[in-house]
Structure formats: structure tokens, C-alpha cells
Design a protein around this ligand. Sequence first.
Ligand SMILES: Nc1ncnc2c1ncn2[C@@H]1O[C@H](COP(=O)(O)OP(=O)(O)OP(=O)(O)O)[C@@H](O)[C@H]1O
Length: 293
Amino acid sequence: MIEASSLTKMYGDVTALSDVSFTCREGEIFGIIGHNGAGKTTLLKILSGLILPTSGSLVIGNLDLVSDPMQVRSQIGYLPEESRLYETMLVPDYLRFFGEIYGLDRLTIQARADLLLAQLSLQPDGKQIGNLSKGMKRKVAIARSLIHDPSILIYDEPGSGLDPMTTRFIIEYLKQLRTEGKTIILSAHNLAQVEEICDHVMILKRGKVVVFGTMPELREQFGSIRYEIWYIWPEDSKPPIQADQSGNLWMSVAHSIEALNEITSTISSGGGTVERIESRYPSLEEILVKIGK
Ligand SMILES: Nc1ncnc2c1ncn2[C@@H]1O[C@H](COP(=O)(O)OP(=O)(O)OP(=O)(O)O)[C@@H](O)[C@H]1O
């Protein structure tokens, strides 16, 4: 369990984070989204123990970040938005190097590295890191974040700038890590992916939390559901309600259950037949646009 209370971070006069509080449960994927400059990276750096908050507290498990930073860090795997990898190193040497930093013995490092390379489908074939593709470098950075088998992963834009197949692979891998019990906190600009994998979503706006909840909670709070009613209407006449025609079907829109009932009864009393009703919720992208910068 991660409990953040009133986290505030100032960079000189700039308030990057203001009074941010939330709880993240074990084994969930927690998404932090917001426009550029909203404070996502700052929050992730605080959560990973890389920088300290100006005020506020952060408890991870039973440990307090400020009083026990080393213990907290040993439980965390951090993936920065852009990782600087040691370009001339070979992947196994690189992973061994970081494993040793975490105090692991050689056998454990070897076993962990072999497992991670297999899970990530990484076959560096003796190439130096600098000669790997962008996607492979990202996978190396992910393997590095996992070498000490941390229980919490803090990932800044894990799939950004990668081709769709590699991004998909990483998304599926994150889902797999969740089934292994890892807690994952991530930021991403690809909102469809956040919607797909996150159990809880937090939206930051200029350093403040404006929304926090599950996707159904966010949809309920921010958007009206929209129903599309598709129906057949007797030929040679038009429905007495706002409707668009597509082929042999007509479509009318309702924004509430009451309106939906009214429209369906108008259709049946006029001799029409409802073919199907589609409900459409606002996407995370639409919610973010609504919230504004
Ligand atoms: N080291 C720093 N010194 C001064 N200001 C900073 C520093 N790092 C971040 N900021 C400022 O803090 C605010 C939050 O930045 P942060 O990088 O956390 O946002 P972000 O949501 O991650 O943005 P992006 O989506 O563009 O990566 C911005 O106004 C930024 O300019």
C-alpha cells in the first residue's frame, strides 16, 4: 500500500506539485495523466525516492520515504521517461552491474537476468547497448528496473516513442507483472492505453489532483452517457424526432435513460422497430479535454 499525503514540491518559485494525496493498493496499476507540465514526472520522481517533496509525507508499505529512503528505494523499480544506458556495455554486463548495486549475488543476478531477457523477448546477440534498436533499449531499461525484483514499479511513459508492436508488447508485459502481484504506477500520454490497463486513474492539472478514481467513476463524474438507437422506420415517412438515416436504418441519440425510453416508445408507437441500442461513454481523452489545461 502506498499512501501519499499532501505532497507539495517547489522548484524555487515554481509549484510543481500542490497538496497531492492518494492511496494506491498493492497489485494495481495506477495511472497518472495530465497535460504537459502538470507535475507527473515530479510526482513519479518523488515516489521513486529520487527527489524529496518540499512538504507532505509518503508511506510505502510500513516505511516512510523521508526517514527510511534506502529501504524504500530497494522496493522500487524506476523507469525514467528517457533512460541513459551505458552505450558500450553488453546487456548481461549492464544488468549484472545494476544487480551488484542492489547487493545481489552473482547466481541470483544471472537467474534474474535470464528470466527477464526471456520474458521481454530480448535477444541482444552480443551487441553493445548503443547498437540496439529503440524498442530493445526500452526493454533493457525495463529489465534494469526489475533486476532486484522490486514490488513497486514507477514507470514514466513506458511506451512512448516506440512502434505499436513494441508498445503493445510492453502493455501486455505490464499486465503480466500485475498478475505476479507487482504494483505499477505509471504516467502516459496515450490515454487509450491508460484506459485499458489502469485500475485507478489520477488526473493532475497544474500540480493539483483534479480527478481520482476508477474509469467507471471518472466516466460517471465527467461525462454523460450517450445512447444511439438504431431502428427501422416505415417507408415513405420520416420519424417525428431528430434522426439520421444510414442505409435502411435510422439513428436517434439520447443522453439519459428517460430520453431513451421516450424515443423507443415514439419509435414503436409510430410503427418502427428498434434494431439495436449502442451506449457510448466518454473516453479518457474527452474527459481530459473537458478538464482543460
Ligand atoms: N528541475 C526543475 N526546475 C524547475 N522547474 C521544474 C523542474 N522540473 C520540473 N519543473 C517544472 O515543474 C512543473 C511540472 O513539471 P513536470 O516535468 O513534473 O510535468 P509533467 O507533467 O511530467 O510534464 P510532461 O508531460 O511535459 O513531461 C513544470 O512547470 C516544470 O516546468
